[in-house]
Design a protein. Structure first.
Lengths: 146, 700
């Protein structure tokens, strides 16, 4: 199975029905993508597949043949949204944060609060009550940096 | 440049936002096996036989006979086995452990257990076994009830609540020279040590626990990690290999602890003018099948059961009952959300009966400095019930909205609440928790067992040390808890990590400053080498507590809150849409305002879930909706606008005036929401207030 992961072509030998989540974590050794529920409810395992946010726990790796996948590691460590998540305390325990950031990346420019809520509705956070996440995302979209 | 009171850069670094932070499941050790727990499938009975219906080659199999010393999780009691021996007392009770290098092979293994089933007990009111009884007596309630103008009675119920930390429970046990190490998602590393010492005995003295980055706890990783750590250690000792056990979501929800369901009965006497003259309260908690922490949950629940009100005659009785259900345990608020829900709904009902505004009833009874609580504690100047109430009423324009929205589907309601910070009574004195500061070549390092589980422990402790020592914040490091290297600062629970452990660190910093004699840490280190300062907590000397009579200073201080819920009810579907929640809370002084705000916003969200959404459906003694598809916690679309107001009233015994904060926000949302629902004419006395419940709720 071949796909493009964070800008580089990769080939994996996993069973075609292996979950993309497991392939990323165990075969590609990228553990930034987290498992919270394994049933597509919590969004902690969100990655971008051809630009769309998807729960990687629900995707058999055979479905991403030839696709472009971006995981949290694809952002490096300098993305302004990453820093804003820490500074605005949009990340508390941090386990939902990678998935939350990946989902937020798909927002249009100048989003309303409702746009943000809708874009993040599939990502559960149990620590923040989401308000600090909105603050981080709004600052990022306003071009502010941490 | 000071650090306290400012939202300085967090000590967590960027790892949580890059995926670089390592949680338990992110760690891999050479030759590591995966562990799996085989659990009971009946709620009560005797084990007749266990059959391994798979090729056992390559497997490590452990049952109770592999326990080196004592088959008991050493917590408050030693009644709960790590692995069931002959009898099971609840569904999903651990019986056998398996380990294998390949996860798929492991999960395919079939273990057949035959039981002799017995009649289970699920109703705590029918149970005759109480894990603990609590009784608090102030004045003469029976006599005062006889003289009261009006008597109001009621029964209030709350359900289970599941923690839903987004990272399920998980640990790895790694054999190492002379012992074993546990890497895991834990709130209280030294609780795990205590449990493992009991399990392993003197044959394996060298155990240590290293906390990995922890994806939420909320009390759910207070006591349960002792169980899962014991399981991983048993498999690791038998296989002589590292063993990782990570629960999937369903196992975590079905098998691990939850908030205790409660039934609280009130009988209250008031004057026509709305002065409380007698409060008779009966509290029943469903403890589940083993003791765990139920006695202390009950204790805190009972102490908070009369609410933040002054009354000369109070009688509170409480029981934590055995049932054949998975044991309930610690969850943010620890008994107080249940009993404060009951008393607040009851206060609204008293106001309705008297034809009085609920705010006015609270004004006439809310605790003030100098008042005595149910346990006879005389409150000090850091008592803020009236301050938070008045601020909340003014800020939300409560009176106008309540009047204008009458007859519409919109409503506004409020709750007044308080939460004792730190261990109850003499608890902190008995605990003797310790903290240490080590000098480093560039500054100091904090060495405590208190864990960062999202709430900001590292950062807030570093701020306190920074200012107490007068050195740059950047030169203060925080050690990752490893029980072989840090001081036992007690468990990360009870809203004590800032107020109590922060206080010891402040004192360590003062002593360190004296030792440095005017030199900077770096200069002192270069000249004299490393030094450390370790100190033990000394609670305020005025605290007096009689644990037999439940009399005295239950807590050194309390946080105070008033929540105002504004919501709309769909008259056809009975769906409740919260519009806005205003949380006015006083907790001494915020050390890090952004982190403190995060505690209030997050706790409020959990409280709203508790109020409206989170229903654990129990069938035959087990959670039937053990998945996030149908156990629903608030999403972005469920959350209303949150307006947080942080008020200050410093506690002289806390670091820089800080009190405990973590649990306070959990107490208020449910009664505020139900208060608003009552404003719509619905006689709600139970949560969660799901559409199904509201559709069958009688009118007031």
């Amino acid at each position: 199975m071949r796909f493009n992961l964070n800008g580089a072509d990769v080939e994996v030998g996993a069973h075609p029905m292996s979950r993309l989540l497991d392939v990323l974590r165990e075969e590609c050794n990228l553990t930034g993508t987290k498992e919270g529920c394994g049933e597509g409810e919590c969004g902690a395992c969100t990655v971008l597949i051809d630009g769309e946010p998807v729960c990687s726990c629900l995707v058999p790796v055979s479905q991403v043949e030839g696709a472009e996948i971006i995981s949290i590691e694809g952002l490096g460590g300098d993305h302004p949204l990453q820093k804003l998540f820490m500074n605005e305390v949009g990340a508390q325990c941090g386990i939902c944060t990678p998935g939350m950031i990946m989902a937020a990346l798909t927002l249009p420019d100048e989003p309303t609060l409702d746009d943000i809520k809708t874009a993040l509705a599939g990502n559960l956070c149990r620590c923040t009550g989401y308000s600090a996440i909105y603050r981080a995302v709004l600052k990022w979209k306003n071009g502010e940096t941490a | 440049m000071t650090a306290v009171g400012k939202s300085v850069a967090r000590k967590d670094g960027i790892g949580k936002a890059t995926g670089g932070a390592k949680y338990a499941d992110d760690l891999v050790f050479p030759e590591m096996l995966h562990g799996r727990t085989i659990r009971s499938t009946i709620p009560r009975g005797r084990i007749k036989s266990i059959r391994y219906d798979f090729d056992t080659r390559g497997f490590t199999i452990v049952d109770y006979r592999d326990v080196p010393a004592k088959n008991a999780v050493d917590l408050m009691s030693q009644d709960q086995p790590f692995l069931a021996e002959n009898e099971v007392k609840h569904m999903a009770e651990p019986i056998v452990l398996l380990a294998h290098a390949d996860k798929d092979t492991l999960n395919a293994a079939k273990v057949v257990i035959e039981y002799e089933e017995q009649e289970p007990l699920f109703d705590p009111e029918e149970s005759t076994l109480s894990f603990r009884n609590v009784e608090i007596i102030k004045g003469d309630t029976d006599e005062a009830l006889r003289t009261a103008d009006v008597i109001v009675e009621g029964v209030y119920r709350t359900g289970h609540q599941e923690h839903v930390y987004i990272e399920p429970n998980g640990v790895i046990a790694v054999p190492e020279e002379g012992g074993v190490a546990i890497y895991g998602s834990v709130q209280c590393p030294f609780y795990v040590i205590k449990a493992l010492r009991c399990l392993l005995g003197s044959a394996h003295p060298n155990v240590r626990v290293i906390q990995t980055e922890t994806g939420g706890g909320f009390g759910g990783k207070e006591e349960y990690p002792s169980m899962i750590s014991g399981h991983a250690v048993l498999l690791a000792l038998k296989s002589r290999k590292p063993v990782k056990i990570i629960y999937d979501r369903t196992e975590d929800m079905v098998a691990t602890t939850k908030r205790h369901p409660s039934i609280v009965r009130h009988r209250t006497g008031v004057t026509r003018e709305g002065k409380l003259v007698a409060m008779d309260v009966d509290v029943i908690l469903d403890g589940g099948a083993y003791v765990t922490l139920s006695p202390t949950v009950l204790s805190r629940g009972c102490i908070h059961a009369a609410g933040p009100y002054s009354c000369d005659n109070v009688h509170i009785r409480g029981r934590a009952m055995f049932t054949n259900t998975p044991p309930n345990g610690a969850f943010r608020g620890f008994g107080a959300p249940q009993t404060e829900f009951a008393v607040e709904v009851h206060m609204d009902r008293i106001a309705e009966r008297l034809g009085m505004d609920p705010v006015e009833l609270r004004r006439r009874n809310a605790l003030k400095p100098g008042d005595r609580t149910a346990t006879g504690q005389t409150l000090r100047d850091d008592t803020s019930a009236h301050m938070v109430l008045e601020e909340a009423v003014k800020r939300t324009d409560y009176a106008r909205k309540r009047k204008e929205w009458k007859g519409t589907n919109k409503s506004i309601g409020l709750s007044l609440f308080y939460h004792g910070a730190g261990f109850t009574g003499a608890g902190e004195r008995t605990l003797k928790s310790r903290a240490r500061l080590d000098l480093t070549p560039t500054g100091v390092r904090i060495a405590v067992g208190s864990t960062e589980i999202g709430q900001g422990t590292r950062t807030m402790h570093a701020q306190i040390v920074t200012d107490a020592l007068g050195i740059p914040y950047e030169t203060v490091e925080v050690a990752q808890p490893d029980t072989s290297r840090v001081a036992d600062s007690g468990p990360t629970v009870a809203s004590r990590t800032c107020m109590v452990v922060g206080k010891i660190l402040e004192e360590c910093a003062h002593e360190m400053k004296e030792k440095l004699g005017g030199l900077s840490p770096a200069d002192y280190y270069a000249k004299h080498g490393a030094i450390s300062v370790e100190r033990m907590y000394e609670p305020p000397d005025w605290i007096q507590w009689d644990d037999q009579k439940y009399l005295g200073d239950a807590y050194a201080t309390y946080g105070w809150g008033c929540d105002v819920a504004e919501l709309e009810l769909d008259p056809d579907t009975y769906e409740v849409k919260p519009i806005k929640l205003t949380a006015v809370q006083e907790f001494g002084r915020p050390i890090h305002p952004a982190l403190a705000r995060g505690q209030i916003e997050g706790g409020t969200a959990q409280g709203l879930g508790y109020a409206l959404l989170e229903k654990v459906v129990m069938k035959n003694g087990a959670m039937a909706n053990g998945q996030l598809t149908n156990y629903v916690i608030p999403t972005t679309l469920d959350m209303p606008e949150l307006d947080v107001v942080m008020m200050e009233n410093p506690y002289p015994g806390g670091p820089f005036g800080a009190k405990g904060l973590g649990e306070l926000p959990m107490d208020g949302p449910a009664p505020a929401v139900v208060s608003a629902l009552r404003g719509l004419g619905l006689d709600v006395r139970e949560i969660p207030a799901t559409p199904e419940l509201l559709a069958t709720t009688p009118s007031i």
